[in-house]
Design a protein around this ligand. Structure first.
Ligand code: ADP
Ligand code: GLC
Length: 474
């Protein structure tokens, strides 16, 4: 079966990215193409995209989109058919997708309601003869799109909501119900009412035909209080339409054979050269395993555990490079570690895609001590690049890494190190295990080749999305 899908999101690689959501939204259309499903992506035309999309034709307009005109421009970027929602009063401003110099944009509820509203209209009415069979909404920013279809008529279009991170729920005060063009009857605990206000994520969760999240383990975790962040009951009530489909990584972009110097499972000389180059770049000399962290520096990612565990890791011969930005306290803690262990620990605060490639190419291990992780992409880059993942046993990390244990080592299937609970004791023990494994060259080589052979591409997941759409449209 084949069909058409309108994907709606707030970010998409290579146009705008703050995290893995953008990678996934940007990769899905290409991954799905082989299955016969054609996907187009609708996202806002932020200020940073004005020049790039200057000549794109207008394919849709709406005179009053919450205080100003809205238009949709169509174009193609990196092989993906993009629809950009141009509404300068909402999106042509300083800063990133969600915040400006003074913090979160105060009208975020309206900005992303507008995106969702236009998505629902395009899905319902079609665009230039292109009528989707499925509207696929991502996270709270698109959560109202299935709701607008449910409350305003779906025109036969089915909806899917994918939860990439339940921690962000898109809350707005109750008095905005009418402003957001939502009907009075929807303000109900069984619908989109949430703690006395409106949650656009909840609106999507209660109205979408199917709910997916980005790993099977996170799908189960989401129904438990410690991971559901208040929405566990809502999701559990819809368990029969919830599924977990693991993300893939874009193996064209994340390819050790395409790095400089190139390497691969059977030609590891390039990896040794990349490690040496990395040590030179950061002024490091590391006798044991060289670990990296490439991450948003937030509580979710367990970065606060580093100061307690890294000193012993360094004493044991290890080294660390941190590349990330986020919480100023955590940025400071990472800088302090580097200052305390010159020649062994280096920290770069910032966002640098090219540097992240050099890090994965040169590293022996990547550390991902997340408290929760819907899927996680960096552990998969680590697998592919022979940088053994050391991960907390949660969410997608648990679904992608096989921790070394006597049994998995004997069976020859281990691909990394896993730990639980996510605290300094568990993480510290994992790093001790990493040091021990690294000290056994034959075992280490075996582990690394297992990791590099582990499939992390999109094929299986794209087929799973295709069959989800097929099931909906049958
Ligand atoms: P999340 O979306 O929760 O941040 P993921 O692991 O799904 O976590 O995706 C994070 C993405 O952002 C990965 O592609 C990762 O390489 C990238 N990334 C995070 N921080 C940085 C950084 N400082 N520089 C370069 N890339 C980064
Ligand atoms: C979110 C999650 C991350 C996931 C990404 C893409 O940002 O935090 O775990 O990989 O979305 O689905």
């Amino acid at each position: 079966m084949s069909g058409r899908v309108l994907s709606v999101a707030s970010e998409c690689v290579p146009l705008v990215k703050t995290g893995g959501l953008a990678d996934v939204v940007g990769a899905l259309p290409g991954a799905l193409a082989a299955t016969g499903w054609e996907m187009r992506v609708l996202m806002p035309r932020y200020r940073s995209l004005l020049a790039q999309s200057a000549g794109w034709p207008v394919v849709w307009d709406e005179a009053d989109l919450w205080g100003g005109p809205g238009r949709v421009l169509a174009g193609e970027v990196a092989g993906v058919r993009m629809l950009l929602l141009d509404a300068p009063h909402l999106f042509d401003r300083d800063g990133g997708p969600y915040s400006g110099p003074l913090g979160d944009h105060p009208d975020n509820a309206v900005r992303f309601a507008a995106l969702s509203w236009v998505a629902a209209r395009i899905a319902r009415e079609g665009l230039d003869g292109w009528k989707p069979d499925v509207l696929h909404a991502h996270d709270w920013q698109a959560g109202l799109a299935p709701a607008y279809l449910a409350y305003g008529g779906s025109g036969g279009v089915k909806s899917v909501l994918t939860v990439h991170n339940i921690a962000f729920q898109g809350w707005a005060p109750a008095h905005m119900l009418g402003i957001l063009r939502l009907p009075g009857h929807a303000f109900h605990p069984d619908a989109l009412e949430y703690y006395g206000g409106i949650s656009s994520l909840k609106a999507g969760l209660v109205t979408a035909d199917r709910i997916t999240t980005v790993s099977p383990t996170y799908a189960a975790e989401l129904m438990r209080p410690e991971f559901g962040m208040g929405l566990q009951g809502v999701i559990a009530a819809r368990a029969s339409v919830v599924s977990g489909i693991l993300n893939g990584v874009d193996t064209g972009v994340w390819s050790p054979e395409a790095e400089d110097p190139p390497f691969g499972p059977k030609a590891m000389a390039g990896k040794a050269a990349a490690r040496a180059a990395l040590c030179a770049e950061f002024g490091l000399e590391v006798p044991g395993p060289l670990a990296i962290v490439v991450s948003r520096l937030t509580d979710q990612k367990g970065i606060d555990l580093l100061p307690a565990v890294i000193p012993d890791f360094v004493l044991g011969g290890g080294g660390l490079v941190v590349l990330g930005s986020g919480d100023p306290t955590l940025e400071g803690a990472c800088r302090t570690l580097a200052a305390r262990f010159p020649g062994r620990v280096a920290t770069r605060i910032g966002y640098d895609e090219a540097m992240s490639h050099r890090l994965f190419a040169g590293a022996d291990a990547v550390l991902v001590p997340s408290r929760f992780e819907p899927c996680g992409l960096t552990q998969m880059y680590g697998l592919r690049y022979g940088a053994l993942p050391v991960v907390a046993l949660v969410g997608g990390l648990a679904d992608t890494v096989i921790g070394a244990s006597p049994a998995t080592l004997a069976a020859g299937v281990a691909t990394g190190v896993t730990f639980h609970p996510v605290d300094t004791l568990g993480f510290g023990q994992a790093l001790t295990q990493l040091l021990a494994l690294h000290a056994q060259p034959k075992l280490w080589t075996r582990l690394r080749s297992n990791a590099m052979g582990h499939p992390v591409g999109w094929e299986t997941s794209a087929a799973a999305y295709a069959s989800l759409y097929e099931g909906l449209c049958a």
